[in-house]
Structure formats: C-alpha cells, structure tokens
Design a protein around this ligand. Structure first.
Ligand code: HDE
Length: 695
C-alpha cells in the first residue's frame, strides 16, 4: 500500500486548554455544559414544558438565552471582500534596511514578526464560490513591536479607478443588479461593463481582470501588491517612495476558465480547502516581501504619475528588492473569531511607514476604519484577539460598547499628573509616529490631474507582455464577459475602448462576438506604442518549473497494479506533490499484487478539475466499466481540454477512446514503475499548452 497522507494537526478548544482546572465539586472545566453565565445545565436537550407535550414556559432561561444568542449570531458581511480565508503567519526579515525605514520588522536580519493574512474575492457574498473571475484581496496584518501595520493589498497591482469617490459606484456596478439580485460573484453583466466602458481609466485593470490572474489555481500561487505608492521613513526623518510586492515562492499558476466554471460546481471551497490542507500538511506557503524604492527625482521623470493607482512601475525599470519572507504557519481555529472579526485598514501604519498623496489611498484611509464600526458594532474592535496589538497599548480612549479592558485609576486625560509619575503618560516626540514633514499647496478644487490622463498605454504594455496563450485567454475572457452583456451599445463602447489598447485584442473580441469593429474611442492622450514588454507581468513566464505543491489525481479500480500505483505515488510525493485517488466507488479498492487503497473520491465527486495532472491507472475491467460512465469520460476529456498532463496506464486505452481523446505529447504512457519519474518531470511543466483546444 502506498505511503502517503498527512495527519491533521490536533486543535485545542479554549475549554480544553484549561481542562486541568478543577472546578466546584470535583467537576473539571469543559466537562459539563453550562449557560453563558456559567450555570451548570441539567438538561440540554429538552425545553421546559407543562406536561408531556407543552406548551413551553417563558421561565426556561436556558432555552431563552440559547435562542437569544443564536438569533444574533450574524454580523453584516464585508461590503466588499466578504468571502475570504485566513491563516496565521510569521514575517522574517532577510535584509535589514534601517537606512530606508525605521519600520520595526526591518531593523535586524532574522527578526520575526507575527502576522495574520486574509485572502478574499471582492464581489461575491460570503457564500459565493471561490473560483469566480475576480480580483483577490491579499491583506496582511503585522503585529510589530511598534503597533499593528496592515498592508491591505490585492493580487493585481493596479485598480479600476483613480479617485476614491468612484468606489461606491464601482462596487454597485459589479455587485448583483439591484432590480433582480443577480449575478452573484460575477462581473459578466450589463451594469459592470456599462460602468467600466464609461470609465476608460479602468482599462488597464480590466486587462488584468480578464487575464488568468483573476482565476488563480490557489491563493498559494498568486502574487500580492500594495498597489499604492507609500513612503518609507528612516530614523532621521528622511523619506523615499516605496511600492510593496509579495512574490510566492511556490511560483505563479492559474486555472483555465472552463475549468474554473467546473471547479465552482465540484468544490466551491476550492481555494480555502487548498490553503488549509497545505498548512495542515506542513507544506507551508511562503512569499518574499519585495520593495521597489524610488525617490522624488525618479517620480518626476517616470512616464506615469506614481500617485495614479491605475499604473505600475515595471520591475524591469525599478527592480524588486527582497527584504523579508512571509510564512503561513498556522490555520485559523475559529472562522468567525479570526476570519470574520479581523479588521484591516490602510490607516494602520507604524513609525517608518507613511502615505503618499495617491487619492485612492487617501480615501481608503477613511473607509476602512469607518466600515469596521458598521461590521463589528463597536469602536472597541481593536481589543478582539485577532486585532489586538501584541505590544503595550496606552491611551485615554474610554468606554464604548463591549469595552473589555479594565481601565483603572483617575487619570483619563492627557496631560494628567495622577497616573504614573507626576507627568503621566505622554506622546513620545522622539520615538513616536511622526508624519513626514512636507509642503503641500495649491488651489482647492475638484480636478483630475493631467498626469493621470493616459488610460491605455500600460494596458497595451500588459497585453504585449503576455505569452500567446495568455493573450488568447484575455481575448476569450473579454468575449465571454461581453457576451453576457445584453445591451449592444455597452459592448460596442467597450470594443471602441479596446481599440486603443491593441487591435489583436479588439479584433479578436469583435470576431468572437460576431460584432462589427467600431472606431476607436476618443482618448485623452494617444496610446504609447514604445513601452517595452515586461516579462514579469506574465504568469506562464513565472511558473514554478516543478510539480511541488501541486496535486495529482490517480484513477484506480479493483485490479489496478499495486507496484505501478505505488511507484507513481512515491515519485510524486518525493517531488513535494499531493496524490489523491479516484475510484468508481468510495469503498476500498483491491489492488492486483495485494493490498487495498481507500479512495479519496468516488468518480462522480472527484472530477479532474480538482487536480493539476491525472494518471489513468485502472485495470482492464475497471477501464471498461469506467468507459461507460459519463463522469469518468469527463474526467479524461476535461483533463485533456484543460491542457493537463495525463499519464496513461497499461489498461487506460478504452477509457481514453470513450472520452474521444487523441493522445498527444502531453500524454505519457505510464505502464511500468520505471515510467513514474519521467511523468513527474513532464508534470513540472504544469500544462501542455501546445495542445490545440480553444479556450
Ligand atoms: Fe478595499 N475595502 N477599498 N481595496 N479592500 C475593503 O474594508 C475601499 C481597494 C482591499 O480581508 C473594506 O474591512 C475603498 C484597493 C482588501 O478584511 C472597505 C477603496 C485595494 C480588502 C474598502 C478600496 C483594496 C478590502 C470592506 C477605493 C488593493 C479586504 C471591508 C478607494 C490595494 C480586507 C473592509 C479583509 C476591504 C474600501 C480599493 C484591498 C469598504 C474606499 C485599491 C484586500 O473599507
């Protein structure tokens, strides 16, 4: 029997943690049920009734308390980024940069900072599927020695709009339409495309959102970006501009759209399950934290405004310098207490980090604090364990709903001479947070700067920096989304905007939609055609080069060859991959050569979209039986049409034929244990893009 499997780490509930404590009359903590006020329950199964069959009495305080609490369990979900998943983490400094910033995590090589990370989709509600085409949130809270620093980023380095005042409009447009309540977690509808087609500044972001970046294979395989330009400030008060990048050490990887649609049905929790399983098994996901540092002189010379969040600074222009590493090392214990109650905010900065004038960032600094009050219901949400700073806290903020700290003494104002020594606690003018001193002046008015006017040049640069396969996917995604738009004038307007990006894109979409090509939209400034390609923008050029951290699905049946199944399993596990077995039924499978396997999935519940590659190792009888089942034929044909690498076992042929698949160079005969190594190597390529199937 193959060696494999990870053991779930045992979790301890707070009740169990104190289980050594003996309570009244020899009863141990956590052993018996109580009310919320600690009264031991005599019967937790039956409410208090008159006679055998009721009615129930109002006097039943235990029932009323339980129901009262249940009735109030829900809090408002986040207005955006409602669907998310979190993990605890550690940030380790790899390269100390006190010359650039006095930010606490970067003062000493090897220094560790506790962190908490939440990934999310943006548009869908709390229960929406993980593989919606959408931007992913990438929010990191760092509990530093000098307070909490939140880097609230996305997996895409630009945004749809340039000014925060447009955010409510953007979100209204992308969410389900108000007169009907759909679509859920999808931008493929009229209101979204109406809005963005009228807002050409969104074009660059649209290119990213229609690329495979918006359908990541795993949270583990995507980049994160702080998006805005921030400032680093050193101990002498000198500042520089900085942009933050999270680079996954696992390499980039996405799924294809047809696969995403099917994953949403097969496993709507695909991303959260993947993250949880990886951490649980000890395959801890890691990101390098990199910075692009530049000064005012660079900002003045650069082709675009560094305060414009619809623009990037290509890594080839300002290289990303790695300064730290983030390791996700512990799963959440309680989704509500941690994932739901965590409150991020761009305003949470620490000494050494400051804002730029990016108007989007400035607006965010208001919104995040404000929204937490609505969501968490009290100004005291910073006292919740997931939000509480790990360093000492001292202030004179008092009272409020759910105040949990016992604020002692008489002095609750600054200055006072009643707390501590005769000065009382004061702000620290030397070590405390000081905003960068800067001159700001100009007429007060509502204006979009001329330097923000170029909406198409970087969109074009992004398109041209993609491999051919990725460009095809972008064309297909625009076509899919616009194909769902009912009002033809919206589609035409969008096509007119795309003509300013690149005609391969506009013509490709127009052809797929069978629509005439409109004239290009009037652009504020002409599109630049001289921007060099940036290979850093492609996913396929930045893949892992190995199958580590990926998942192989092995189709087995009674009579599968034990030596072959074991060899394949071992080879993939040695390469750092996960192996799961799919069989005609969920009961144990008897192997030829002795032993059994307990499958992870029955074929009807284990489609190939759940795996990165598949091996077809059924016996001859098994293959004949599976060939007659639609789910097994789909297993093979989906893997093939999603460009997956396929290992074909000695008896797989009837199934492959029944699936109407013509094996190509992305299919490898795996007929003897000796073939396992070659199959792992082949799978390191992740997909066989040469296969000619339309996206
Ligand atoms: Fe957010 N955003 N956002 N956003 N955002 C929220 O705060 C907002 C923007 C991002 O896992 C909200 O706690 C405005 C850019 C993430 O808890 C809210 C603007 C970027 C998360 C809010 C933006 C983000 C949020 C909703 C335009 C990438 C999830 C719930 C000016 C750099 C955090 C909440 C989590 C959440 C406002 C644009 C990232 C309403 C006004 C750009 C990752 O405050």
């Amino acid at each position: 029997m193959a060696t494999k499997r990870t053991q779930r780490a045992s979790t301890t509930t707070p009740d169990q943690r104190g289980s050594g404590d003996e309570l009244h009359q020899g009863v141990k903590r956590g052993e018996r049920m109580t009310t919320a006020t600690g009264v031991p329950l005599g019967d937790g199964q039956n409410s208090l009734k008159v006679g055998d069959r009721g009615p129930t009495l109002l006097e039943d305080f235990a029932f009323r308390e339980k129901m009262f609490h249940f009735d109030h369990e829900r809090i408002p979900e986040r207005v955006v980024h409602a669907r998310g998943y979190s993990a605890h983490a550690t940030l380790e400094c790899l390269d100390a940069i006190p010359d650039l910033t006095r930010a606490a995590p970067f003062q000493r090589k090897g220094q560790k900072t506790e962190a908490f990370v939440r990934f999310s989709t943006v548009a869908g509600n709390l229960g929406s599927p993980d593989l919606a085409r959408d931007v992913r949130g990438f929010a990191v809270k760092m509990y530093t020695e000098e307070g909490n620093w939140d880097l609230v980023g996305n997996n895409i380095p630009v945004f749809f709009i340039q000014d925060a005042t447009k955010f409510p409009d953007l979100v209204h447009a992308v969410k389900e339409e108000q007169d009907r309540g759909w679509p859920q977690a999808a931008s493929a509808h009229d209101t979204f495309w109406d809005f963005v087609s009228l807002m050409p500044e969104s074009t660059h972001m649209l290119l990213w959102a229609m690329s495979d970046r918006a359908i990541p294979r795993s949270f583990r395989f995507m980049e994160g970006f702080g998006v805005h330009t921030y400032r680093f400030v050193n101990a002498d008060g000198q500042d520089t501009f900085v942009k933050f990048h999270w680079k996954p050490r696992q390499g980039l990887q996405s799924v294809v759209w047809n696969e995403a649609l099917k994953i949403n049905g097969a496993d709507p929790d695909f991303h959260r399950r993947d993250l949880h399983a990886a951490i649980d098994s000890g395959d801890l996901p890691q990101w390098d934290l990199g910075v692009q540092v530049f000064d005012e002189a660079f900002a003045d010379e650069f082709d675009f405004d560094v305060l414009d969040a619809t623009k990037i600074i290509p890594e080839e222009v300002v290289p990303v310098r790695v300064i730290a590493r983030l390791t996700l090392d512990r799963n959440v214990d309680n989704m509500f207490a941690e994932n739901e109650q965590v409150a991020f905010g761009t305003h949470n900065v620490i000494p050494g980090i400051d804002f730029s004038n990016d108007p989007l960032l400035q607006g965010r600094n208001f919104s995040y604090l404000d929204t937490q009050l609505k969501r968490l219901g009290s100004t005291n949400f910073t006292q919740l364990p997931v939000n509480a700073p790990r360093c000492p806290v001292m202030h004179f903020q008092r009272d409020g709903h759910m105040q949990t700290s016992l604020q002692e003494g008489r002095g609750n104002y600054e200055p006072n001479s009643l707390t501590g020594d005769d000065r009382g606690p004061r702000a620290d003018v030397v070590q405390g947070y000081q905003s960068v001193v800067r001159d700001e002046q100009g007429p007060v008015r509502r204006l979009r700067a001329e330097s923000f006017a170029d909406h198409y040049s970087q969109a074009r640069q992004f398109f041209l920096s993609q491999t051919e396969v990725e460009r095809e996917h972008i064309v297909a995604a625009f076509s899919f989304e616009l194909g769902k738009v009912e009002d033809p004038k919206i589609r035409t307007r969008m096509l007119a905007n795309l003509r300013n990006v690149h005609d391969d894109l506009a013509v490709g979409v127009a052809d797929t939609l069978a629509m005439p090509l409109p004239d290009p939209a009037e652009a504020a400034v002409p599109t630049r055609t001289d921007l060099p390609e940036s290979p850093a923008l492609s996913i396929l050029l930045n893949g892992p080069g190995s199958f580590a951290g990926r998942k192989l699905g092995v189709l087995v049946s009674n009579g599968s060859d034990r030596a072959l199944v074991n060899a394949v399993t071992q080879a993939f596990e040695d390469a750092g991959a996960v192996v799961e077995y799919v069989a005609p039924a969920i009961g144990p499978v008897k192997l030829k050569g002795g032993g059994t396997i307990t499958p992870d999935h029955a074929i009807d519940g284990g489609p190939s979209v759940l795996f990165d590659a598949v091996a077809l190792l059924p016996s001859a009888d098994g293959a004949a039986e599976l060939a007659g089942r639609a789910s097994a034929r789909d297993f093979v044909s989906d893997a093939f049409s999603h460009h997956k690498l396929i290992g074909t076992g000695p008896a797989a042929a009837p199934l492959v034929q029944a699936a109407r698949v013509e094996p190509d160079d992305g299919c490898l005969d795996v007929t003897s244990p000796d073939d396992a190594a070659a199959f792992v190597d082949l799978c390191g390529g992740l997909r066989f893009w040469e296969r000619d199937v339309r996206p």
